[in-house]
Write a protein that binds this ligand. Structure first.
Ligand SMILES: CC(C)(COP(=O)(O)OP(=O)(O)OC[C@H]1O[C@@H](n2cnc3c(N)ncnc32)[C@H](O)[C@@H]1OP(=O)(O)O)[C@@H](O)C(=O)NCCC(=O)NCCS
Length: 168
């Protein structure tokens, strides 16, 4: 089970992570470390998390398996520069604004799952028929998607269920 917490109040990412881990996971004063590409993690803990923000909304996904979590506001227009980087078969699936953001966040959630850099992997990743492909091969990861607060969300990881809580 994955638990998602979000706020629309202005918060600093690290403070939000620490507050949630303390309030809901009973971890007082958590020490947050970062990988070489900036993915925050907890040392000496089985708890995994990943944070995302878009247009004033900050959301944190917490679970027991590796996570990549991404959201994008649905209020923007699909960006031609981003759209042009999708593959032909992806473009064939992108018929609405929602489709655009579902594809975008799915790709980003996978890159964040790996803890990689967007710039390094964006052109090598594809989201087609609900599956992620890396350099043309099925990446073997699971993507969960939902929409709330006018944002599209994608979760990459070994999860089938999630709960969501506004903590404003
Ligand atoms: C993280 C990244 C993959 C996606 O960023 P994004 O979609 O713009 O932002 P999101 O709001 O979804 O996620 C940002 C959060 O993810 C987390 N994060 C940071 N780097 C991460 C990484 N490599 N993998 C997973 N999560 C990461 C942090 O909590 C970050 O919050 P913060 O920036 O407030 O500290 C992108 O910024 C990236 O490629 N970072 C790598 C470092 C890098 O290339 N820096 C130079 C940028 S020009």
């Amino acid at each position: 089970m994955l638990e998602i917490f979000y706020t629309k109040k202005p918060v600093l990412s690290e403070a939000f992570i620490k507050n949630i881990l303390t309030a809901y996971y009973n971890i007082p004063n958590p020490t947050i470390c970062k990988t070489i590409h900036g993915k925050p993690y907890l040392i000496k803990s089985k708890i995994c998390f990943n944070l995302t923000h878009s247009k004033g909304l900050t959301a944190l996904a917490v679970g027991k398996h590796q996570i990549g979590f991404d959201c994008e506001s649905l209020s923007g227009k699909p960006r031609p520069a981003v759209l042009s980087k999708f593959t032909e078969r992806e473009k064939g699936e992108i018929l609405t604004v929602q489709d655009f953001y579902r594809h975008w966040t799915a790709r980003e959630s996978y890159i964040k799952y790996l803890g990689e850099q967007l710039a390094a992997l964006w052109r090598k990743v594809e989201f087609y028929r609900g599956r992620i492909y890396l350099r043309g091969e099925d990446a073997g990861v699971h993507i969960l998607q939902f929409e709330t607060e006018n944002c599209a969300f994608s979760i990459c990881g070994d999860y089938t269920k999630f709960s969501i809580k506004c903590v404003d």
